[in-house]
Design a protein around this ligand. Structure first.
Ligand code: NAI
Length: 251
């Protein structure tokens, strides 16, 4: 395992929604790249197991339970990381939820819940992370959007609004913090094999996959590769970008 910053120890990365799916793959990949990972999820069980798995492979990870719907918990998350590690270099806002329904039947609660987790919590974490990253004059904010944020999707007006909002949020942060060595980008997955897509009707998934130039769903590791690149020094001249990792869906 190679140290990401050989001069003064590994870089510290927060990955939200790390208990499964794309977040888990991102955490494993960043740990393999030598970063010290703060794994965030609502409950500790799965992330404690993942922290142990990373540790036994020679990496560094800690589990941090935090419900992103809880403003106070979100604020103290970054504060705690900076207190314990003295720095924060990489923030991957991956946690996300869906509450699908056609607009005619979409409740205020389902709209607010999805906006709260997928957009407001991301704003709060980016705001909290800005100061420590600026202080270090190096930072990477990577927000996991969706192709749905660019295309819209019937039955997902709440989710699409949140993911589209994420693009405006990220591009604005990129403009505000670029001069301080902090980049901000969106990775927008297409159809990826996780619990989130497991819940979709099989026939709908098969039809959608047939339309894709690459004719298959993506793997969480393929999203993790894109995130790892943007989080590295190799991604140093990229900011305000939306990188679709979608098997060609948007092409
Ligand atoms: P998933 O449903 O498998 O995992 C979501 C993760 O977010 C879980 O770890 C869950 O515990 C966490 N989470 C949800 N609400 C939370 C809260 N209030 N506080 C703390 N943690 C919370 O989802 P998946 O598929 O791995 O998706 C990850 C990201 O990728 C999401 O932002 C999703 O919108 C996005 N995405 C996924 C696609 C797919 O095809 N799977 C396609 C496009 C985007």
């Amino acid at each position: 395992m190679t140290a990401a910053r050989s001069m003064d120890g590994p870089r510290v990365a927060i990955v939200t929604g790390a208990s499964r799916g794309i977040g888990r793959a991102i955490a494993l990949r960043l740990a393999a790249d030598g970063h010290s990972i703060v794994l965030v999820a609502r409950s500790k069980d799965a992330i404690e197991t993942l922290a142990a798995e990373i540790g036994s492979g020679g990496g560094i990870a800690e589990a941090c339970a935090c419900d992103l719907a809880d403003d106070a918990a979100v604020d103290s998350l970054v504060e705690g990381v900076v207190e314990r590690h003295g720095r924060l270099d990489i923030l991957v806002n991956n946690a996300g939820i869906t509450r699908d329904g056609l607009i005619l039947r979409m409740s205020d609660e389902d709209f607010d819940l999805v906006l709260g987790t997928n957009l407001r919590a991301v704003f709060r974490l980016c705001r909290a992370a800005a100061r420590p990253m600026m202080r270090g004059r190096w930072g990477r904010m990577i927000n996991i959007g969706s192709v749905v944020g660019l295309m819209g999707n019937a039955g997902q007006c709440n989710y699409a609004a949140a993911k589209a909002g994420l693009i405006g949020l990220t591009r604005s942060i990129g403009k505000e913090l670029g001069g301080k060595g902090v980049t901000a980008n969106v990775v927008a997955p297409g159809f990826i094999e996780t619990d989130m897509t497991e819940a979709l009707p099989e026939q709908l998934v098969q039809e959608a996959v047939k339309q894709l130039p690459l004719r298959r769903m993506g793997r969480p590791e393929e999203i993790a590769d894109a995130v790892a690149f943007l989080a590295s020094d190799r991604g140093s001249y990229i900011t305000g970008h939306v990188l679709a990792v979608d098997g060609g869906m948007l092409s």
